[in-house]
Design a protein. Structure first.
Length: 239
């Protein structure tokens, strides 16, 4: 009788282990099926998520003409010859499957003109957006300092750095881009860009050559840009 009881308990133990294993294996496909698959947006969809036509304080935004092909706005400069931080960000986004661009302007620059900036939205498949962020940081490190000879009339020193960006989206970078010319060694100009990753979309705001205060003003529209990408009913942009 004792021996029979031991056999029964042993058999019950095997059944319990087998049952637990079966539950574990059956749970895995359920968990996998719940994984969220984010589809990349098309160029037409991206255009609807650009900055709205009317911005705070009288600024305006206008969508640029549609790009002829997916990701065609992602240009890769040879070596480290980037005119500004936005161009470096573009070079990191060459794997984009679609893109859309806009120009925005307003206020008054130090020289009395109108300040101008640009926005580009990039959409990626898979983990392409996260890879693009890594590539942008890599390029900023590789191109930390670029010096051109004075024989280029005038010579210049460009510096790039990937700094912490605003607390928006899944990841963000401020691409600091400074330029000093040999004939104006005490004047520092900024060509900065802000890059925010929101899921499979990259939001890039850039400024033209500007003072530090002007660059900060141009890039201050990043919360509006992120809100447009997140919105299910974004404000219309003037195409």
């Amino acid at each position: 009788m004792v021996r029979t009881a031991v056999v029964i308990r042993f058999a019950a133990g095997i059944l319990a282990v087998a049952s637990a294993a079966a539950c574990t294996s059956s749970a895995q496909p359920v968990a996998a099926s719940k994984a969220k698959i984010v589809r990349p947006m098309s160029a037409a969809q991206l255009r609807t998520h650009l900055l709205p036509a009317v911005l705070p304080k009288g600024w305006t935004s206008q969508a640029d003409p549609a790009d002829p092909g997916p990701g065609s706005a992602a240009n890769s400069e040879a070596g480290c010859a980037f005119p500004g931080g936005g161009d470096l960000a573009d070079a990191g986004a060459t794997a984009a499957v679609a893109s859309a661009t806009a120009s925005f302007s307003g206020g008054h620059s130090a020289g009395g003109g109108v300040m101008a900036g640009g926005e580009t939205l990039y959409s990626f498949s898979g983990d392409g957006a996260a890879q693009a962020m890594r590539r942008i940081r890599q390029l900023a490190a590789e191109c930390a300092k670029v010096v051109t000879s004075a024989s280029d009339s005038p010579g210049s020193t460009a510096r790039f750095a990937a700094l912490s960006g605003p607390r928006l989206g899944d990841d963000s970078i401020r691409v600091r881009a400074t330029m000093i010319w040999s004939n104006r060694p005490r004047e520092v100009q900024y060509n900065d860009a802000l890059v925010v990753r929101e899921g499979s979309t990259l939001i890039v705001l850039r400024c033209v050559v500007a003072t530090r205060a002007e660059a900060d003003t141009l890039l201050s529209f990043i919360p509006e840009a992120v809100a447009q990408v997140r919105s299910q009913h974004p404000a219309p942009v003037d195409a």
